[in-house]
Write a protein that binds this ligand. Sequence first.
Ligand SMILES: NC(=O)C1=CN([C@@H]2O[C@H](COP(=O)(O)OP(=O)(O)OC[C@H]3O[C@@H](n4cnc5c(N)ncnc54)[C@H](OP(=O)(O)O)[C@@H]3O)[C@@H](O)[C@H]2O)C=CC1
Ligand SMILES: O=C(CO)COP(=O)(O)O
Length: 331
Amino acid sequence: MNSVCVLGAGSYGTALAFCLSRNGVKTVLWGRDKQQIELMAKDRCNQKYLPDAIFPKELMVESELREAITNSQDILVVVPSHAFASTLQQAKPYLTPQHRIIWATKGLEPETGRLLQDVAVEILGNDTPIAALSGPTFAKEMVAGLPTAISLSSTNENLAIEFANKLHCSKSFRVYRNDDFIGIQLGGAVKNVIAIGAGLADGLGFGSNARTALITRGLTELTRLGVKMGAKPATFMGMSGLGDLVLTCTDNQSRNRRFGLALGRGLGIEEAMTEIGQVVEGYRNTKEVHILSQRMGVEMPICEQIYEVLYNSKSAKEAALTLLARDQTSE
Ligand SMILES: NC(=O)C1=CN([C@@H]2O[C@H](COP(=O)(O)OP(=O)(O)OC[C@H]3O[C@@H](n4cnc5c(N)ncnc54)[C@H](OP(=O)(O)O)[C@@H]3O)[C@@H](O)[C@H]2O)C=CC1
Ligand SMILES: O=C(CO)COP(=O)(O)O
C-alpha cells in the first residue's frame, strides 16, 4: 500500500512526490501520458519537467489511474486548475470512504471563479476529507533540498496533522498548518495574476518602485477579496499570501512573471505561452479573479487592469496610466 498517490506528473507533482518519498513516505506518481511514465520508470527521473532529479527509491510511477488510486491512502492532486475537476471526476469511481484528497493546484474554477474546495465538494460530496497546500515553493528548489516553507489547510484536523507530517522535513521543508481554508486557496490564485503584472512592469522597464507598489497593493486587493469571502486577514501575511506574492513577483523562475516579461517585450499571448512551455496559471486566473471579484463586488484595480491587457488588448502602458490616474486615496 502506498501512503500517497500524486496525480499529475508535471514539475510540481514530480517535486512533491520526490519530497514525500525522500522522507521515506511510499509514494506513487501518476501521469496521463503512458509513454512519459514509461520513460520515467526507465530513467528514474522526469526528463521533461524536472531533469537532474534522480527519484528516491520509495518513488514509483504509474500510468493506470485505477492502480495508482486503489493502492494508496492519500490522493494529492497536482494538475493545472483547468484540469482539476476532470481529474477528480476520473478519480471518483476508484475512491473509497478511506481515501483523503489534498491538492497543490493553484487557481480557481475556469469560467465561474469558484474555489477549488467548492469544485471538490460538488464532485466528491461532504464526507471526503479535503486539504490544500499553498505557498512559495519553486519545484526545482524543493528537489534540490533548499530550505522551503509551505502552508497546509484542511477541513479535517487529522488529515492536516498527518499530511503535514508526511511532507515536513526537519532538514529542508517546513509545513505550517493553517485553519483558513479559503484564504490559503485564494492566495495561490491571485498571486499568479499579480506576478504577470510584475513581469509586465519589469518588461516595460518600470523599475523597482513600480514592482514593489504592485506587490504591496496586490496584497491589499487579495486581502480585500479574501476578507469579503470569509478569510482571515492574517493568512495573507503568511506563506500563501505575502510569501508567494514576493516569490513569484520577484524571481524569474516564476512562469507567470516570465509570461508578463515576454508580453512586455512585445510577444503575443500564444507566443509567450509557447516560449514558457509549461502551465501559466495566471492567464486563466486573471479571468477567474475578474469573474469572482465582480460577483463579490470587490474592487481590485490592478487585477482588473491586467484583465484588460490579457483579454481586451489594452496596452500595458495604458493600463499603468489608468492605475496611476486613479483618485488619490488612503492606504
Ligand atoms: N512548478 C511549481 O514550482 C509550482 C506549481 N504549482 C501549481 O501546480 C499545478 C501544476 O503545475 P506544474 O506541475 O508546475 O505544471 P507543469 O506545466 O510543469 O506540468 C503540468 C502537468 O499537468 C499535466 N496535465 C495537463 N493537463 C492535464 C489533464 N487534463 N489531466 C491530467 N494531467 C494534465 C501535464 O501533462 P502533459 O505533460 O501530458 O501535458 C503535466 O504533467 C499548477 O496549479 C501550479 O500553479 C504550485 C507551486 C509551485
Ligand atoms: O506557485 C509557484 C511558486 O510558489 C510557481 O509559480 P509559477 O507558476 O509562476 O511558476
